[in-house]
Design a protein around this ligand. Structure first.
Ligand code: NAG
Ligand code: NAG
Ligand code: NAG
Ligand code: NAG
Ligand code: NAG
Ligand code: NAG
Ligand code: NAG
Length: 685
């Protein structure tokens, strides 16, 4: 017996030691005051739940502005409060005084509200947000077992409210969100005049809730911050709280949001049982705004300056970037005309720009009469090397025909031609894209050999055959007859295998379309122009053969077609031919290292091809037969009968040359098409 009593006593003692709160927390005649909520000091004197938190400013924030399903926040005085006088059936008087503020994103968007709540528990499991304000839910709303007294400060209309309040109302609630009494938010001024108030305006609102336990009446009063408490309450309602309250209750606040959301703040709170709530020191309460709806104005000036500087800098940088992009784009910009769109050989200016590193000076591999030739590497097609000839035309006239012609020439493919890959036009520039040929022109190899690397006879003979087959292709083997019109040593390029590649074919013909020249459209290079062409301007395959003949003599003799002192290669060779000393004309650089039969063949063929009479010249097909020794070269005996004509022609040439309409470049003289300059090939030089 004794031991069990001792045990029971010990247990009670233990309980007392370890759970003192339970006993002490049933407070009588409680009175407290919070002039703001310093987290360090108040975290033990208030119990927060849900979205509630102490703000650094010292405000107690019940909810944030999270929308959607809504958030709930609770803040309660942690200790139970004895609500009844000893030995009395009547609930005690109490009084609460607090300052709150409701912040919305924008007017009308706030919700739902907050409520001063006296409840038997600090927790509200299953309570709903929105209209239920985190106190009730649809199933327990109105139940007598709730034992809840609340004064709601609601900002959203719609919950069974009969009075039209636009939501902005104050209500007294017992066990339910159905207010037993409600009024639109307002206060009575000193003249007893009712003044409306906007709860969610963001300004602090003072509120008093007083219960007279003797008369069982609740007074609810609100008024703007720093105004005297109105003598007349907004709401006065008889409420028998004795039938509602339990012995011990908790007091605090509950708030919730929903589709509409506000931040609900309590700025200060005092409470007293059986007396009037002590006054708050309004001058030390945290003052809104706490949230930065007007963000820049609340920032420190230094930060403002930083932000301004940063923005200015960003704008400048952005501007520069746009300018740079625009410049780059403009540099590569191309306006395409409709017809240009379906030209398969048209290159994009941008690609050529990239390939030639922006038409850099260092990429120039030759300068011809029309403009510079640049070496380029096409990045897209695995580094194909190209030569880009940039022709600056003064006029864009005839560009369309020009392009059509190039489109057609672009389809020419032969191993002894410098293939024209495509073209591109930009403003008045025309860019022609060719295969890149590494060894330069025949002209430079013949007359300016690098480091005494003289072309051997075998190489020369091979070149002669190559040019012939290229010309044959142009004249007869392609779908159209293409007259080269400017066969000359500087238009023959030598590739890596020392094979001849004829370049710039058809260009002269192309330039006819320009029709800018008011001179006769005799296009070609002096020394290579057939007599009938100079006389009549008539171009035919025979005129190409004439030029080819001159070229043969040039290759064999190593002398230019026309030189100073009225030297004319064809006449000079013919003289030796007639003297029977044809081998005396052979290029001295070759010495005796050549095949006599081939040399005689080439010199004889050269003379026949450059025969004064077009009818006497062979076709290119025939030329190839002679070169391959399939046919024997015919013997021509009456050269002399043409001498008079020939000298007449020669004097005409020299007249033209002295007539100041000729561009002279490296002794390669061109007439006709003067406005475009010389048709000199620069490709690969
Ligand atoms: C608001 O509070 C709720 C609950 O604490 C939280 O989940 C949500 O992220 C908060 N929203 C904002 C915008 O702070
Ligand atoms: C409340 O105050 C009244 C008179 O001011 C007093 O008679 C009563 O005992 C008090 N009640 C409590 C619980 O202190
Ligand atoms: C309780 O209230 C009634 C009137 O509502 C009053 O008559 C009675 O005296 C009160 N009891 C106490 C103990 O104050
Ligand atoms: C309503 O609240 C009560 C008490 O808080 C809880 O027991 C009940 O589950 C809740 N009902 C719903 C539907 O949440
Ligand atoms: C409530 O207000 C009325 C005036 O409307 C006043 O007579 C009464 O004393 C007030 N009660 C409390 C507890 O302040
Ligand atoms: C309110 O607080 C200020 C600052 O702490 C103090 O100077 C002032 O005396 C206080 N007023 C009252 C009425 O306590
Ligand atoms: C921002 O704040 C300044 C000063 O605090 C005020 O004058 C201005 O009206 C505010 N702007 C807005 C949009 O609230």
């Amino acid at each position: 017996m004794a031991s069990s009593t001792i045990f029971s006593l010990a247990l009670q003692l233990l309980l007392l030691i370890f759970f003192p709160v339970n006993i002490v927390s049933l407070a009588e005649n409680v009175e407290f005051i919070f002039n703001g909520f310093n987290e360090r000091e108040t975290s033990t004197t208030l119990t927060l739940e849900g979205a509630s938190k102490f703000e650094p400013s010292g405000a107690l924030r019940l909810t944030n502005r999270s929308k959607g399903d809504g958030v709930i926040g609770h803040a309660f005085y942690p200790h139970q409060i004895q609500m009844f006088d000893k030995n009395s059936e009547n609930a005690s008087s109490f009084s609460a005084y607090f300052v709150f503020a409701i912040h919305t994103q924008s007017p009308g968007q706030g919700g739902y509200g907050l409520a001063f709540t006296v409840a038997p528990s600090k927790q509200f499991p299953g309570a709903a947000a929105k209209h239920y304000m985190g106190i009730f839910n649809s199933s327990n709303d109105g139940s007598l077992s709730n034992h809840v007294f609340a004064v709601e400060f609601d900002t959203v209309n719609g919950h069974k409210e009969t009075v039209d309040t636009q939501g902005n109302h104050v209500g007294i609630n017992i066990n339910s969100m159905d207010s037993i009494k409600l009024e639109p938010a307002a206060y009575y001024d000193v003249n007893d005049k009712k003044e409306e108030m906007k709860l969610e305006g963001g300004d602090p609102v003072q509120a008093w809730i007083e219960y007279d336990g003797m008369n069982k009446v609740v007074n609810v009063t609100i008024c703007p911050f720093k105004k005297e408490k109105p003598s007349r309450p907004l709401l006065t309602q008889a409420v028998p709280l004795s039938t509602v309250f339990k012995e011990a209750m908790f007091v605090g606040f509950s708030a919730s949001t929903g589709r509409k959301a506000s931040s609900h703040y309590i700025l200060g709170w005092s409470f007293s049982m059986n007396g009037s709530a002590p006054p708050l020191n309004l001058s030390i309460l945290p003052i809104p705004p706490f949230e930065k709806t007007n963000s820049s104005s609340s920032l420190k000036p230094q930060i403002k300056i930083l932000i301004a500087l940063f923005s200015a800098l960003s704008i400048i940088l952005l501007g520069l970037l746009i300018c740079f992009k625009f410049y780059r784009r403009n540099m590569q910009f191309e306006i395409l005309e409709d017809w240009e769109l379906d030209c398969p050989h048209r290159f994009r200016y941008k690609d050529l720009y990239t390939a030639t590193k922006g038409f850099k000076e260092s990429e120039v591999i030759g300068v011809g009469g029309f403009g510079a030739v640049y070496k380029g590497v096409l990045p897209k097609s695995s580094g194909t090397e190209i030569a880009v000839k940039k022709i600056s035309r003064n006029s864009i006239q005839g560009m369309r025909e020009f392009a059509a012609e190039i489109e057609s020439l672009g389809r020419l493919r032969h191993k002894h031609l410098v293939n024209l890959q495509g073209w591109c036009k930009r403003k008045c520039d025309l860019l022609l894209v060719y295969d890149y040929i590494p060894n330069g022109s025949l002209d430079s190899l013949l007359f300016h050999p690098i480091q005494n690397s003289i072309l051997s006879w075998a190489q020369r003979f091979n070149i002669i055959k190559g040019i012939a087959s290229g010309l044959l292709y142009l004249h007869e083997e392609w779908e159209q007859v293409v007259i080269h019109r400017d066969v000359k040593s500087s238009n023959v390029l030598i590739d890596a295998d020392m094979n001849a590649r004829l370049g710039d074919f058809g260009l002269a013909r192309l330039f006819d379309h320009g029709k800018v020249s008011h001179t006769t459209n005799v296009v070609g290079t002096i020394g290579y122009i057939a007599p009938e062409l100079a006389r009549t301007g008539k171009v035919s395959a025979c005129t190409d053969v004439f030029a080819y003949g001159v070229l043969l003599l040039e290759i064999a003799t190593g002398r230019r077609p026309i030189d100073s002192d009225n030297f004319i290669l064809v006449d000079w060779v013919l003289e030796f031919q007639q003297l029977g000393q044809i081998l005396d004309v052979v290029d001295p650089k070759l010495g005796s290292s050549y095949v006599v039969e081939e040399m005689e063949l080439v010199l004889g063929l050269g003379l026949i091809c450059s025969h004064q009479k077009p009818e006497a010249r062979p076709t290119m097909r025939q030329v190839l037969k002679y070169l391959n020794e399939d046919d024997l070269l015919p013997v021509i005996d009456n050269w002399s009968s043409l001498d008079s004509q020939r000298s007449e022609m020669n004097s005409r040439f020299w007249e033209i040359i002295s007539a100041d309409t000729i561009t002279t470049s490296n002794l390669s003289l061109s007439i006709g098409g003067i406005s475009f300059g010389s048709l000199d090939s620069g490709t690969g030089r």
